[in-house]
Design a protein around this ligand. Structure first.
Ligand code: CMP
Length: 139
């Protein structure tokens, strides 16, 4: 059975370009309920931990440096089949390949600075939600 929660982050470049408000509008337009949300800045060690699953990939170090380079907004989103629904809604990982009108197509500037993160499984959504939020911070 698929879960109903996913974890997103508005990445440093999208935040710096002041796309946060527009992305939150898109979240709501897409029928996702914001269960928790916070602005924060990851340390390098936190970014390393968050993206640990990619530690053997060639882009890992650059990704960690980028994700700890400036403020981000993390949020838990709720919807039926949330992980898959959110991944479909934001578009392909590479903004150049993301369908027109998707968040990554509209606000992403590169594979790394692809505007927003999306959990890739229910299991990782749980782990990632717990990474940012305690039970008391979820509504
Ligand atoms: P995200 O959804 O945050 O999950 C892992 C991130 O790694 C992904 O978005 C991209 O920003 C980044 N990524 C994935 N593949 C590559 C790649 N080939 N080169 C650089 N960055 C990548």
């Amino acid at each position: 059975m698929s879960g109903n929660k996913t974890l997103t982050m508005i990445k440093p470049t999208a935040f710096a370009k002041n796309y946060t408000g527009k992305i939150i509008d898109k979240i709501i337009e897409g029928g996702f309920r914001i269960v928790a949300m916070k602005m924060t800045k990851l340390t390098k060690d936190q970014a390393k931990l968050f993206y640990k699953v990619h530690q053997d990939k060639p882009f890992y170090n650059d990704l960690v440096t980028f994700m700890s380079s400036g403020p981000i907004v993390a949020a838990i989103l709720e919807k039926e089949n949330a992980v898959e629904a959110w991944r479909h809604y934001i578009g392909a990982t590479n903004p150049e390949k993301a369908a027109p009108g998707t968040i990554r197509n509209l606000y992403g500037t590169s594979l790394q600075a692809n505007a927003v993160h999306g959990s890739d499984s229910d299991e990782n959504a749980e782990i990632e939600a717990a990474f940012f939020f305690s039970q008391l911070e979820r509504f």
